[in-house]
Design a protein around this ligand. Structure first.
Ligand code: ADP
Ligand code: MG
Length: 255
């Protein structure tokens, strides 16, 4: 089993780390009653350890990430590492069931971290550790092929979401919603919906090539004619057929 002496691990079944655990499970306030409920909920899901590691620091504790509705912490069940999403106490959502349901559906399309299990306040999912989009452009030797393949994969996933009626809802800011490991992963389906007009691909293209922080760089890199893109995007909004999509890929020099 894991190194229990190592302070970077919290054993869920050993109450001596209660303070940090209470802080993480009930962020941003500490609440003993809810803590005990959540601890039991976590045990029922089979989580045994949390590992305090990752790029985000929360009052001295490392975690994988912090959003406005959830904390994400590395967690172990039967020696397997996962990402554990924890519903913040101040989250506007009453539970994580809608997010888990939509994420399971997009998993069936080959999109998003794979859901393993979920409950009212937790989602256990595939752990994705990798680079953010902007880090690709900062690599020492600029690799155009890798950037092209990454963007192409991202666009394919957005198109798949579009034609399957799921709107992610936050792809106008890709900075925090894409993690690249051996795959390109769209994360965080908290704001996703089946009931909105989908705008995944248009938001993605808008961020990458029109208005996002590196859009000018990418336009130059792929020699893109912005006017033609804007015209075709207008058509795509009303007609998401495959040929229009392929035409967009061609204008963006992605094929
Ligand atoms: N499956 C995952 N593997 C690793 N880190 C993740 C995973 N999902 C989310 N994160 C990290 O946690 C952060 C917050 O998660 P997110 O789902 O965006 O929460 P919120 O719904 O509060 O916005 C993300 O920005 C990312 O850094
Ligand atoms: Mg988020």
């Amino acid at each position: 089993m894991l190194l229990e002496q190592n302070l970077d691990y919290i054993n869920i079944n050993n109450t001596s780390n209660n303070d940090i655990l209470n802080f993480i499970l009930c962020y941003p306030v500490s609440n003993n009653e809810l803590f005990n409920q959540r601890l039991q909920e976590l045990k029922n899901l089979g989580i045994e350890y949390l590992e305090l590691s990752g790029p985000t620091i929360l009052f001295g504790n490392h975690i994988l990430g912090k959003g406005t509705r959830g904390l994400v912490v590395k967690a172990f069940s039967k020696n397997q590492a996962y990402a554990l999403k924890i519903r913040r106490l101040d989250s506007p959502r009453h539970n994580l069931s809608k997010e888990a349901k939509i994420q399971s559906f997009v998993n069936s399309l080959g999109i998003g971290p794979k859901i393993v299990d979920s409950s009212k306040n937790f989602i256990i999912m595939e752990l994705i550790q990798g680079k953010l989009l902007s880090q690709l452009y900062d690599m020492e030797s600029l690799n155009v092929d890798i950037i092209r393949l990454t963007i192409k994969s991202l666009m394919d996933q957005c198109y798949r979401l579009d034609i399957n009626g799921v709107d992610h809802g936050e792809l106008s800011d890709l900075r925090k919603h894409v993690i690249i490991n051996h795959r390109v992963n769209i994360i965080d389906f908290d704001s996703a919906s089946y009931n909105r007009k989908t705008s995944n691909l248009t938001s993605c293209i808008q961020y990458l090539f029109i208005g996002g922080p590196n859009s000018e760089f990418l336009r130059k890199l792929f020699e893109i004619d912005l006017d033609k893109i804007l015209l075709l995007l207008r058509k795509y909004k009303f007609n998401k057929d495959y040929l229009t999509y392929v035409h967009l890929l061609k204008l963006l020099n992605m094929n």
